[in-house]
Design a protein around this ligand. Structure first.
Ligand SMILES: Cc1cc2nc3c(=O)[nH]c(=O)nc-3n(C[C@H](O)[C@H](O)[C@H](O)COP(=O)(O)OP(=O)(O)OC[C@H]3O[C@@H](n4cnc5c(N)ncnc54)[C@H](O)[C@@H]3O)c2cc1C
Length: 291
């Protein structure tokens, strides 16, 4: 099917893009990689009257590290840039693990991490990763900039906290306080598929003690799930087989899976538990060897 008629604008500055969005109100949509929006428009699940293509905006295609270790990902940084990133491979194991698991190479060439967060698909992988890492989104609108914690950014399935005239200009991953470990595991029916179950887990340790932990779940609820209690249960003590098992049980309890053609709710909950144990056991080699 062809999309409905729409007006197309490709502004060359953020100020111009915001002004166009302001003018278009609820009928305007940002176009980034187009990998989610265009299919929706072709199916006429979305029929925006105005498309504001941000691909000509300068200086948004970066991902970089601040001197303090904070990582910033611009709105035009593609999945493929993150997949090939030496920075992520050396500094950010959770993002490095997720990047090659997003869709297929064609989608990764155009799709963006920030676009994925904005799309807020319950099966989107990046929202769980950024949630587990305690990240936030920087939005720019007519009134300036604001930071929105990832836990507040996704407000429901395919819904986010942006006003119609705001653009998400970057995602920010705070610097770890201590040594960072963790990863992302995804159960998919075939390579390149959306997640049947996905788990992102990040732990920061100082000496033997976990100083911060975040766990978030993909595809097992109406939107991305932050398994807050599971993360909190790990903090303030060493990582052991017992503490990992406790966190895995809490994460499984936080999941809200539904039985469908990809598996029973019970099976998906079991996979959440299994993935948490697997990621955290790898994060602490001594536990994996003991298991
Ligand atoms: C075949 C296929 C398989 C896929 N598999 C996966 C998968 O396994 N895992 C996964 O996570 N994703 C998957 N995706 C989705 C893919 O990751 C998309 O790239 C991503 O969801 C959206 O990013 P985008 O840049 O393409 O956004 P677009 O499609 O351009 O936009 C998506 C939505 O976000 C809004 N938006 C985008 N950027 C901004 C911004 N900067 N500010 C404000 N609003 C914005 C748009 O208005 C639109 O509503 C798949 C897509 C396809 C087509």
């Amino acid at each position: 099917m062809y999309p409905s008629r729409f007006r197309y604008e490709a502004p060359r500055s953020i100020a111009e893009a915001i002004s166009l969005l302001h003018e278009g109100g609820d009928e305007a949509k940002v176009l980034a990689g187009g990998q989610s929006l265009v299919p929706l428009m072709k199916l006429r699940f979305a029929s925006p009257e105005l498309i504001v293509d941000i691909n000509n905006l300068p200086g948004l295609d970066y991902h970089q590290e601040d001197p303090d270790g904070t990582i910033r990902i611009g709105a035009l940084c593609r999945h493929v840039d993150l997949e090939r990133s030496a920075l992520l491979k050396s500094k950010q194991p959770v993002m490095a693990a997720a990047a090659p698991l997003i869709a297929d190479p064609i989608v990764r060439n155009r799709g963006t991490l920030v676009g994925s967060l904005c799309h807020a698909d319950p099966q989107g992988d990046w929202a769980s990763v950024v949630t587990a890492l305690g990240g936030h989104v920087i939005a720019r609108g007519p009134d300036g900039k604001r930071a929105i914690p990832m836990t507040e950014f996704v407000t429901g399935p395919f819904q986010n906290a942006l006003a119609p005239d705001e653009i998400a200009v970057e995602a920010v991953i705070p610097a770890p306080k201590g040594t960072l470990a963790g990863g992302y595991l995804k159960l998919e029916r075939r390579v390149g598929d959306f997640a049947t179950v996905g788990v992102a887990a990040a732990i920061e340790t100082s000496g033997e003690v976990v100083t911060r932990a975040g766990i978030a779940l993909t595809g097992v609820g109406g939107s991305t799930i932050s398994a807050t209690e599971a993360g909190q249960s790990l903090a303030g003590r060493p990582l052991t087989a017992e503490s990992i098992a406790d966190a895995a049980d809490l994460a499984a309890a936080a999941a809200r899976p539904r039985t469908d053609h990809r598996g029973s709710a019970e099976y998906k909950r079991h996979m959440v538990r299994t993935f948490v144990v697997r990621i955290l056991s790898r994060a602490d080699g001594s536990v994996e060897r003991a298991a």
